[in-house]
Design a protein around this ligand. Structure first.
Ligand code: C2E
Ligand code: MG
Ligand code: MG
Length: 520
């Protein structure tokens, strides 16, 4: 064989000789080359398969070795789980085995339990959660000796492997959520948690090694949208760690670079169909990625300590906009979404008051939308924040109501003025008796406590009619308007041609819902 450096010259001289020798010779040599390549290919595949099998064996040995089980729950750990997953996918791929699905299960509010009841209560809850997962029929019947289908990934996170396609895996994910949502009895105390579950499937979502990361991305997506649900992986959720790091770097600059924008979605009075308020919804206009939705970047901002400056910007911008609308004669309440991190910050309410004062907005014209799960945390910090909000006179709305675990005792103490029924109940309203019963129950609770009820995500006339019949006070959703720019909302509210949908703005209606006088 010629040395590697000389290969081009060797090939050149071979080609010249072949050309001189004629087509018969060329065919023979080509056949030889093809055979050699095929041989190398087969040998290569055999080698890859052997290496894979060896890797699986090594990981399984590492995973099942003494002491490699989770000390607290007794479950398998990640290496053994990954090895079993690789094996199952290999079988599906090579032996026509059944489809494989992975669930990434995370308890949503373990930190609250640890803070409120102590670490040992949190540990006790994790042990019981693990037991409940292991007892679910789809999980109990799916394990094989040495090939675990349930593992603890660390902290409050578990992984489940299933023999299931996308639809069946989604059904098991729903069972997981329901099983974990049932109250736990730990150290003589009844406790509630919710779970976020991400689902990824082979072959739909890629090779075995991508299943856990993809299921994790789907789980984080669920969490970002408030938790207590499950979601099937979609490529838009796959912001891997490197991407995340890049995104966080960009996010640090987003406020300075003026890349954040607020869109506004009106809330409509269900009796008169007039606008009563506008909810500010945050968007990040990334110079390269385009518009990034809040479900993607708000959780990132929270995790990396950036929600403070972003939240401050939202408050300042929403107050500025409310003042600008007022100058134009539009006197509507403005609603902003407040994350748990903001609420827990010492200076949050003081800053809100400063901004409201700077723009002459009476606090009663500012709604703070706080999700049910944050509102129900009921820690010393959130209690203080709610007291401050009440003393300052801000209007508090409990967002995504019905998705968390409300304690009526806590709800009664909260200075809330409104409940926003979560979109998931509105979606099913026309088709599902249980969704209607839940919304009716929310109405009853709200009436008893003297709260207004807003339905979010109203998309159809059928949903609107049911809600009006039930006595829901305000409606919000694509049926009336999608989130839009401040300029578009003003035109729409004023009934400008092209923006009108029959809901002319009527300031008097606002006065009926808010007794506080305007400063200007
Ligand atoms: P949210 O406060 O519950 O807002 C409702 C979400 O549902 C919005 O999504 C809205 O665009 C969408 N929506 C409204 N009507 C309909 C409908 O009829 N059908 C459907 N399918 N969707 C509808 P968006 O704007 O992507 O916001 C998602 C979440 O991000 C918000 O949920 C809120 O929790 C959070 N968020 C938005 N802006 C901010 C902010 O300024 N600060 C914080 N901390 N969170 C924010
Ligand atoms: Mg909201
Ligand atoms: Mg909501």
């Amino acid at each position: 064989m010629p040395p590697m450096q000389a290969l081009p010259e060797f090939a050149q001289s071979l080609a010249t000789r072949l050309l001189e020798a004629g087509p018969g010779w060329m065919l023979l040599v080509l056949l030889g080359l093809v055979t050699l390549a095929a041989g190398l290919g087969v040998a290569g595949s055999v080698l890859v398969i052997r290496l894979r099998a060896a890797r699986r064996r090594a990981r399984r040995a590492a995973g099942s070795a003494e002491g490699m089980r989770d000390r607290l729950t007794g479950l398998a750990l990640r290496p053994a789980f990954e090895s079993a997953l690789e094996e199952a996918v290999w079988e599906a791929e090579n032996k026509g085995g059944a489809p494989v699905a992975v669930l990434h299960v995370a308890l949503d509010d373990l930190r609250g339990i640890n803070d409120g009841f102590g670490q040992s209560a949190g540990d006790g809850l994790l042990v019981q959660a693990a037991r409940r997962l292991a007892q679910l029929p789809a999980i109990a019947e799916g394990g094989r000796p040495g090939l675990p289908n349930l593992a603890r990934l660390g902290g409050e996170e578990f992984a489940v492997r299933l023999t299931a396609d996308e639809a069946a895996a989604g059904a098991v994910a729903a069972q997981v959520c329901a099983a974990l949502a049932r109250p736990f009895e730990v150290e003589g105390q009844s406790m509630g948690v919710t779970a976020s579950v991400g689902v990824a499937c082979y072959p739909a979502h890629g090779a075995w090694s991508r299943l856990l990361p993809h299921a994790g991305a789907a789980m984080r997506h669920v969490r970002g949208a408030g938790g207590n649900s499950h979601a099937l992986y979609a490529p838009a959720m796959a912001v891997d760690l490197r991407e995340q790091a890049l995104l966080v770097q960009d996010l640090r600059m987003a406020v300075e670079r003026n890349e954040l924008k607020l869109l506004y979605q009106p809330k409509i009075d269900s009796a008169s169909l007039q606008i009563t308020a506008a909810e500010a919804l945050l968007r990040w206009e990334h110079p390269v990625r385009g518009v990034v939705p809040p479900a993607l970047f708000v959780p990132l901002a929270e995790r990396h300590g950036l929600i403070g400056p972003i939240g401050d910007w939202v408050v300042a911008e929403a107050c500025r906009q409310a003042a600008a609308w007022r100058e134009r004669g539009l006197r509507m309440r403005i609603a902003i979404n407040i994350s748990g991190h903001q609420l827990r910050h010492d200076r949050f309410v003081a800053q809100l008051e400063e901004q409201a004062r700077a723009h002459n907005i009476p606090p009663s014209r500012l709604t703070c939308e706080i999700t049910e799960s944050v509102a129900m945390e009921d820690t010393a910090q959130t209690r203080i924040a709610f007291q401050r909000l009440r003393r300052a006179g801000f209007h508090v709305s409990i967002d995504d109501f019905g998705t968390g675990h409300s304690s009526l005792a806590v709800l009664r103490r909260l200075p809330a003025a409104e409940l926003k029924v979560d979109r998931s109940f509105i979606v099913d309203l026309a088709a599902s008796e249980s969704a209607r019963s839940i919304v009716e129950a929310v109405m009853t609770v709200a009436r008893t406590l003297g709260l207004r009820v807003v339905a979010e995500g109203v998309e159809t006339e059928a949903q609107r009619d049911i809600l009006v019949r039930m006595g829901c006070d305000e409606l919000q959703g694509y049926l009336f308007a999608r989130p839009m720019s401040a300029v578009a909302l003003a035109l729409w509210a004023e009934g400008e041609p092209g923006h009108s949908c029959g809901t002319a703005f009527r300031p008097s209606l606002f006065d009926a819902t808010s007794p506080a006088p305007m400063l200007h």
